[in-house]
Design a protein around this ligand. Structure first.
Ligand SMILES: *[C@@H]1O[C@H](CO)[C@@H](O)[C@H](O)[C@H]1NC(C)=O
Ligand SMILES: *[C@@H]1O[C@H](CO)[C@@H](O)[C@H](O)[C@H]1NC(C)=O
Ligand SMILES: *[C@@H]1O[C@H](CO)[C@@H](O)[C@H](O)[C@H]1NC(C)=O
Ligand SMILES: *[C@@H]1O[C@H](CO)[C@@H](O)[C@H](O)[C@H]1NC(C)=O
Ligand SMILES: *[C@@H]1O[C@H](CO)[C@@H](O)[C@H](O)[C@H]1NC(C)=O
Ligand SMILES: *[C@@H]1O[C@H](CO)[C@@H](O)[C@H](O)[C@H]1NC(C)=O
Ligand SMILES: *[C@@H]1O[C@H](CO)[C@@H](O)[C@H](O)[C@H]1NC(C)=O
Ligand SMILES: *[C@@H]1O[C@H](CO)[C@@H](O)[C@H](O)[C@H]1NC(C)=O
Ligand SMILES: *[C@@H]1O[C@H](CO)[C@@H](O)[C@H](O)[C@H]1NC(C)=O
Ligand SMILES: *[C@@H]1O[C@H](CO)[C@@H](O)[C@H](O)[C@H]1NC(C)=O
Ligand SMILES: *[C@@H]1O[C@H](CO)[C@@H](O)[C@H](O)[C@H]1NC(C)=O
Length: 272
């Protein structure tokens, strides 16, 4: 599995910077810059203050007061180099979200069943939605034709799948460990059974993720899971019945039902 090194580095950099002072300094730079942009643009200033002159004056004072901090932070080229990297990644993440949302909206717009469902059979609303989606065609095209962006989004999606897999593996490990399970739920059989049912309902999803060797090597490359994690999870899955019955005496997993994965449709619905 080959990685686009700068992209992986950028992703890793963001993870590193989280909760550290560089990150908060970059946030401050972004906030103060935005504030300056607003006060410098009458249209924006009116929009943000609902044409309230008092509020506008307050914002202007805030921007002026923040300018010293902004100047100090901006003069640190080491800091700014990191900030620009963080901002670029954030911008690309936003673009990935937008691309995803428009794609999902297109699926709905082209599917009469889904369209009727999400517009509650309101034909006017359906037509409005389709028009909105059509109006985004050029935006989608521009995003999709940018290979830098699509490569980044693909890495981002992989990262999210890897995290999801790591979480499911951890949950499965826990379910297989009677001691840990009873510790976590203070020996409450109801809670244990509920948790087992929850984890059991996600077994198919985990199996699908773990069967994808391309994804597995990506996850290892990103340092999110190891081959040992996956091997252990696979071993647990094959002895899952005994592992579960070894837990405290619990009612059978009657409540276990496969919960449909939340699809990207939420984005599409948000556009309605
Ligand atoms: C903060 O994040 C930056 C950028 O990732 C890193 O170089 C730096 O070592 C981190 N500082 C601390 C105190 O963790
Ligand atoms: C001011 O903000 C408005 C609204 O975002 C934008 O359309 C306009 O181009 C901006 N004007 C300038 C001079 O940047
Ligand atoms: C304008 O904003 C100020 C400060 O936030 C507030 O006290 C005042 O009530 C606002 N005026 C109007 C007309 O909303
Ligand atoms: C902040 O500083 C910038 C750059 O020097 C300047 O253009 C801007 O007018 C200042 N903003 C305020 C609110 O004083
Ligand atoms: C510039 O920023 C870097 C990274 O945040 C920091 O380590 C360094 O101390 C700062 N330099 C100055 C002069 O503040
Ligand atoms: C439309 O969506 C429904 C519900 O998700 C699905 O069952 C059906 O196959 C879709 N139709 C087409 C033509 O894709
Ligand atoms: C259908 O949607 C349109 C546009 O959103 C709305 O004006 C209308 O009231 C809706 N009709 C019904 C019956 O809800
Ligand atoms: C492609 O996307 C990247 C990252 O968002 C951006 O820096 C670059 O300008 C875009 N290229 C084009 C041709 O739009
Ligand atoms: C099960 O969990 C307990 C308590 O967290 C831990 O000490 C033990 O090593 C775990 N056993 C296995 C086989 O992982
Ligand atoms: C066990 O958990 C269930 C569900 O949260 C709760 O209703 C019940 O009271 C708990 N039983 C004991 C003995 O704490
Ligand atoms: C396996 O994962 C890769 C990387 O996330 C993905 O592109 C591919 O579609 C997946 N294959 C299957 C069969 O799901």
């Amino acid at each position: 599995m080959k990685f686009n090194a700068p992209l992986v580095l950028a992703l890793a950099g963001v993870a590193l910077a989280k909760g550290n002072s560089t990150n908060s300094q970059c946030k401050e730079v972004a906030k103060l810059t935005r504030l300056n942009d607003i006060v410098a643009n009458t249209t924006l200033l009116n929009e943000y203050t609902d044409n309230n002159a008092t509020k506008a004056a307050e914002l202007e004072a805030k921007a002026a007061a923040g300018n010293t901090t902004l100047a100090t932070l901006s003069s640190n080229t080491t800091l700014m180099t990191t900030c620009y990297q963080i901002f670029a990644v954030e911008d690309m993440e936003d673009d990935c979200d937008e691309m995803d949302a428009i794609q999902q909206a297109n699926v709905v717009a082209a599917n009469a069943t889904l369209l009727a469902k999400y517009t509650k059979n309101n034909a006017t609303k359906a037509a409005e939605f389709q028009a909105k989606v059509s109006a985004k065609a050029a935006t989608l095209d521009a995003l999709q034709s940018n290979t830098t962006l699509t490569a980044f989004c693909s890495t981002l999606n992989d990262k999210s799948s890897c995290k999801s897999m790591a979480k499911l593996i951890k949950q499965q490990d826990l379910v297989a460990n009677t001691t840990a399970l009873n510790d976590k739920f203070n020996g409450n059989a109801t809670k244990v059974a509920n948790y087992q049912a929850k984890v059991s309902a996600k077994a198919a999803k985990l199996a699908t993720l773990m069967s994808n060797t391309t994804l597995l090597s990506t996850c290892e490359g990103l340092g999110i899971t190891t081959a040992a994690d996956v091997a252990q999870a696979a071993a647990i899955a094959t002895t899952t019945a005994s592992a579960k019955s070894a837990a405290v005496v619990v009612s059978p997993m009657a409540g276990a039902k496969v919960i449909a994965l939340v699809s990207g449709l939420v984005y599409a619905i948000a556009m309605l």
